[in-house]
Design a protein. Sequence first.
Length: 444
Amino acid sequence: MFHYWNREVDLGLLPIWLGPKLKADIGRWLTIASRFVLNHAREIREGGLPALLRKGRKLLLLLILPPFLPIVILIRVLRPIIVIRVGSLISNQIGHFGANTELYLCERDAGLQDSRAVDIFYHTAPVCNQQLKKMWDRMLHVSPFARPLAIVNRRLPGYAVHVIPMPSDKDPHGLLGRMRAHLSFTPEEEKVGQAGLRNLGIPEEASFVCFHSRDSAYLKETFPDLNLRYHDYRDSSIHNCIAAAEELVCRGYFAIRMGAIVKEPLKITDPKIIDYAANGSRTDFMDIFLCARCRFFVGAAGGLNSIPRIFRRPIVFTNVVPLGRDHLLGNCGPNNLFIPKKLWLRESGRFMTFREIIESGAGGFFRTEQYEQLGLEVVENAPEEITAAVIEMEERLKGRWRTTEEDEDLQRRFWSFFDLSDLRDRQLLRVGAYFLRQNREMLD
């Protein structure tokens, strides 16, 4: 007897000429098939319409793959003449969608990508920002057919030659400081952007600064089925930026709080401090336009800071963590500043020094539980630290900042903890002067 769709089927009813072995094999096949169908039916029943759509897409993909096999074979045959490569744009996370894609184009300009190759991309889903998608689609060869091509390609020997080697969101070669920005707005988009500024109450030619503070609300809403708590060490409070925003208002700027999905609105009434993230005016287009046109950007460890990076806007990186060499140098830029989070040793009742952070391995921790296991509390930047870094950036951009020999010595002492032997010609990211002055003991 065989249980099929929760009913008993008598395999003895099968033709006798099949033989007992073949009947047993058929029974096993039916068992596997029924379990497969029942498992998927259960997942659809529990997951509802999203699960049905997800499985429908996978089934459709399986059905359309076979016709792409001869195309992939043809691509291999043409390789001595032309190299065709396929790859994905990480379109579902704005940090990678912005920085990885821009750095690919910079690598292509610098000769770090195969100059013979014709590269075809596809978007991962869901696309996090439609305006950024539109702008990348103007710059790159993008086709939905690239995805099945990529899947078939990876199932054949020698696939690696036909895969686009995408860079990460870091910039180890310092390309963003040397290469032109690749994205630009059309004249029509410029008009839309200027109208958007007026709708926010920002007059024409007024200067504004964008603020962003990473919290977990976006990922929780976008990926509700995933446990992303391991990212929590990166979170910080937007309220610690209010003092800096108020200082900039006193200096004649508008301050704009950025974000797509945020935990809570700003509790502030100053009309020149605009809670764009929470006041209902947010759009995909204005996310990109504001980041591209701001005087500078103030942002914690979140994906949105990749947008001012790719438009070459100066950035004050706040609440930087971890403190690893590659993580820091990946955000270098000719005008960028940063201030890190500090690590509190619960057992000793003191902050770790920079040397201890590097030597203990904590400078490479990318998961919340790693800090917890070492008995560390990740302490975000105080309002006065953020305000001081913002003032330093504003005065540097106006040419009014005067560094001291003591400040330069503190910078040298900080970077002495890192191996910089391969960076002779690179301009280093600067640590906020006030932060180092107030935390000299961390340089011991």
